[in-house]
Design a protein around this ligand. Structure first.
Ligand SMILES: Cc1cc2nc3c(=O)[nH]c(=O)nc-3n(C[C@H](O)[C@H](O)[C@H](O)COP(=O)(O)O)c2cc1C
Length: 347
C-alpha cells in the first residue's frame, strides 16, 4: 500500500501539473554591482553544514524508497550527490522499518559517500494512529543505520495526510515524541511544502532538533499530487484541489524562521535554479533542498542530473559574482527589495 503510493507520487510528479503557479522568488530583487571587484575564480560556494563540508549549499530533499523501481532511482540520486559533493536526503523509510524485505532501495545508499546523508521518517508515525506501536528511538536509530546516515529528518506532512482518503490525522503528542527521539538521535524537523511558521520553528527548537527544513509552499504541491491520486472519493478530491496552494511561501518561511531561531535552516520548496538558491541564502537559509526540480533529470539518467546540479552551482557562482560576494556567507548581508505578495506577508 505505502509502496504503491510512493511509486504513484513519482509518476504523478513526472507526468502531471503539480507545481504551485506563482513564483515567489521573482518578488525578491537584488542590487546589481557594476564593478564587483572580485574574480570569478576566487568565489567559493563551499559551505559547512551540520558538521559536514558540502561543495555547494545544496541537498537533494527526501523523495523515495521502498519499492522495486526505487532502487535505480535512489542509486542515481546517490551517484549524483556523491559526484557533485552535495547532501542527500532519502524518502520516508517507513516501508523498510515495517517490512525488512523493502530495505534494499535504502541500504544501497551506504555504498556511496555524499558529504551529508539524511534519513527520513514521518511525524504521524511517532504517535499511534490506529492502535499500532508508534516509531520511537529504536526505529529512528535503525533508520539511520540502514543508510549509514548522519541526521534523521522527521517530516511533517499533515497537509498531505489531510487530503488523503487514508490520511493519518492524529497529531496530539507529536512534539513530545519528537523531543524524546531528538535526545538520542540528531534530528531535522522537515516540512514538505506547506511552509514553517515562526511559532513552529520555536517549538521545534524546544523539541531539540538540530536543524529545520522550512519545506515552504512554492514548488511541488502535495495537495495537487494527492488530488491526482484520488479515484473514488469526489469530496476529498475537491478539498485537495481547494488546498492546492495552502501554506506559507518558502521565502516567508525562511525570513520568519531566521528571525525566531538560530538553528541551521534548509530552504526546500520551489528551488529550481541558481538565482533562487542565492535569494534563499540572502534571506537567511544555510542551504537549499531540491526535490521536484531534480525528478525529471533523474528520469533521464544520472548524467543529466549531475549536469543539472553543476548548472545550479555555476548560476549561483555567477549571481554571487554580480553581487560582489566571494563567499556564500556574504550573501546574508546583501540588500534585498521585497515586492508584491511577499511584501504583504513580511510587513
Ligand atoms: C515524488 C516526491 C516524493 C516525496 N517524498 C517525500 C518523503 O518521503 N519524505 C519527505 O520528507 N518529503 C518527501 N517529499 C517532499 C520533498 O522533500 C519536498 O519537501 C517538497 O517536494 C518540496 O520541494 P520541491 O518544491 O523542490 O519539490 C517528496 C517530494 C516528491 C516530489
Amino acid at each position: 500500500m505505502i509502496e504503491s503510493r510512493k511509486k504513484d507520487h513519482i509518476d504523478i510528479c513526472l507526468n502531471e501539473d503539480v507545481e504551485i503557479k506563482k513564483n515567489y522568488w521573482d518578488e525578491i530583487k537584488l542590487y546589481h554591482q557594476s564593478a564587483p571587484e572580485i574574480n570569478i575564480d576566487d568565489i567559493s560556494i563551499r559551505t559547512n553544514f551540520l558538521g559536514r563540508r558540502l561543495e555547494a549549499p545544496i541537498m537533494i530533499a527526501g523523495i523515495t524508497g521502498g519499492y522495486e523501481g526505487a532502487k535505480g532511482f535512489n542509486k542515481r540520486l546517490a551517484e549524483t550527490a556523491e559526484k557533485t559533493g552535495i547532501g542527500l536526503g532519502v524518502g520516508s523509510q517507513r516501508p523498510a522499518l515495517e517490512d525488512e524485505r523493502l530495505r534494499d532501495s535504502y541500504e544501497l545508499l551506504a555504498e556511496f559517500s555524499p558529504p551529508l546523508v539524511v534519513g527520513n521518517i514521518g511525524a504521524p508515525q511517532l504517535i499511534s494512529q490506529d492502535g499500532e506501536k508508534p516509531f520511537g528511538v529504536s526505529e529512528a536509530k535503525e533508520a539511520l543505520k540502514m543508510i549509514d546516515g548522519d541526521h534523521l529528518a522527521v517530516h511533517f506532512n499533515y497537509l498531505q495526510e489531510a487530503v488523503q482518503p487514508e490520511g493519518d490525522l492524529k497529531s496530539k503528542g507529536v512534539l513530545n515524541a519528537l523531543k524524546n527521539i531528538s535526545k538520542k538521535v540528531p534530528t531535522i524537523a522537515k516540512e514538505t511544502g506547506a511552509g514553517m511558521s515562526p511559532e513552529m520553528a520555536m517549538k521545534f527548537r524546544d523539541s531539540r532538533v538540530e536543524a529545520i527544513d522550512v519545506g515552504g509552499m512554492g514548488g511541488t504541491s502535495f495537495s495537487a499530487v494527492e488530488a491526482h491520486r484520488i479515484e473514488d472519493d469526489d469530496n476529498i478530491k475537491y478539498i485537495a484541489e481547494d488546498l492546492r496552494e495552502w501554506g506559507i511561501p518558502t521565502p516567508v518561511s525562511i525570513v520568519k524562521c531566521r528571525g525566531s531561531v538560530s538553528l541551521p535552516l534548509i530552504a526546500t520548496g520551489g528551488i529550481r535554479n541558481g538565482l533562487q538558491i542565492a535569494k534563499a541564502l540572502v534571506l537567511g537559509a544555510d542551504i537549499v533542498g531540491i526535490a521536484g526540480g531534480i525528478l525529471p533529470e533523474i528520469g533521464k539518467g544520472e548524467k543529466a542530473a549531475v549536469e543539472y546540479i553543476e548548472r545550479l552551482k555555476y548560476e549561483l557562482k555567477l549571481t554571487m559574482f554580480l553581487l560582489g560576494c566571494e563567499d556564500v556567507k556574504d550573501l546574508f548581508d546583501i540588500n534585498r527589495v521585497i515586492t508584491g505578495e511577499l511584501k504583504s506577508w513580511l510587513s
